[in-house]
Design a protein around this ligand. Structure first.
Ligand code: NAP
Length: 299
């Protein structure tokens, strides 16, 4: 059990990050700075040892602000564990010339954790620490419909591989490679619903495996055994990958067909509804998580 630690967790208000927060906050001597753009709204009274901090980590200024806040709330003590988990996808056909849309994703998914690494090793200054990062199975195996997301996570995967060769010995780096996980991820990816890639896991399962991996000093955590197996299988028998990609491409084609059948008003209505849905789902999950945490602490 991770206990008596100062922890920064980004993307803490939903999905995998929220389930990690639930697990870490069970040890009342952990102090956790829980960061997201809606952190105070969603985690305002989650637990006494959780300090919500509303911040967008997609810029240098945002990450700097997180480190400054950590220094304040941890009374200048070092950050024992920094978990850079915040990230988001697009699910789409990539056929547009929009530099800013691509940059927005790389800012959050790639540049933010890379900059965090640099800041964190300076912050540690030789003292032991753990940097955890959520990469993705899609950062090792590309998928149709996720070209920009895949590339942002492949870049992060390359970074973690390279940086291990030069990282200071006082730093543990633990990276998570989830397959599709049933979170707000798929609502954020496109306001119009679509078929998820196979297989799908639950965020509490993914979070449990990641927390255990951090604890035992693992370099990589791959929560779905199927992913490891399929990588081996596809390596020795490439037609298996061709069939899998064929099935996933068929899903993208069905999605494109669905979009073609929708008019502008329907698309606008879906876009308006989705923001509300995401917050509602997050509130629901936090409420359930709070009840479960209170029940666990009473035992
Ligand atoms: N779900 C999957 O299938 C899957 C698979 C592989 C990898 N992943 C990765 O897992 C991580 C967590 O995703 P999830 O599935 O748990 O999705 P999620 O339920 O949408 O959670 C994402 C979290 O990140 C926060 N966030 C997003 N952009 C942010 C920003 N710029 N600054 C601060 N916080 C930000 C969100 O809160 P706010 O909106 O309040 O900021 C939310 O708390 C991501 O890195 C994602 O790429 C997910």
């Amino acid at each position: 059990m991770i206990h008596n630690k100062t922890i920064v967790l980004t993307g803490a208000s939903s999905g995998i990050g929220f389930q990690v927060l639930r697990l870490l906050s069970k040890s009342s001597d952990n102090k956790i700075l829980a960061v997201s753009r809606h952190a105070e709204q969603l985690l305002g009274n989650f637990a006494d040892n959780v300090i919500p901090f509303t911040m967008d980590v997609s810029s240098k200024e945002g990450v700097d602000a997180v480190f400054e806040k950590a220094a304040e709330v941890f009374d200048g003590k070092k950050i024992d564990l920094f978990y850079a988990n915040a990230g988001f996808p697009y699910y789409e056909e990539f056929n547009y010339e929009d530099w800013d849309r691509v940059e927005t994703m790389f800012n959050t998914n790639t540049f933010s954790p890379i900059y965090t690494y640099a800041k964190y090793i300076h912050h540690l200054n030789g003292r032991p620490g753990i940097l955890a990062m959520t990469v993705s199975a899609i950062g090792q195996m590309a998928m149709p419909g996720y070209a920009i997301y895949s590339s942002s996570k492949f870049a992060l995967h390359g970074f973690q591989e390279a940086i291990r060769l030069e990282a200071p010995k006082n730093l543990q780096i633990t990276c998570l490679y989830p397959v599709a996980t049933d979170t707000n991820f798929f609502r954020v990816a496109n306001p119009v619903s679509f078929e998820k890639p196979f297989p799908v896991q639950q965020p509490d399962v993914v979070a449990r495996k990641m927390v255990a991996g951090i604890e035992s000093g693992k370099k990589f955590v791959s929560p779905s055994p199927l992913f490891g197996l399929s990588k081996v299988l596809m390596g020795v028998c490439p037609p298996v990958r061709t069939v899998y990609w064929g099935l996933e491409t068929a899903k993208l084609n069905r999605f494109k067909e669905k979009l073609r059948g929708m008019n502008v008003e329907e698309l606008e209505a879906a876009a308006q509804k989705i923001g509300k849905d995401i917050i509602e789902k997050s509130v629901e999950a936090v409420e359930k998580g709070k009840e479960a945490l209170e029940a666990a602490l009473k035992k």
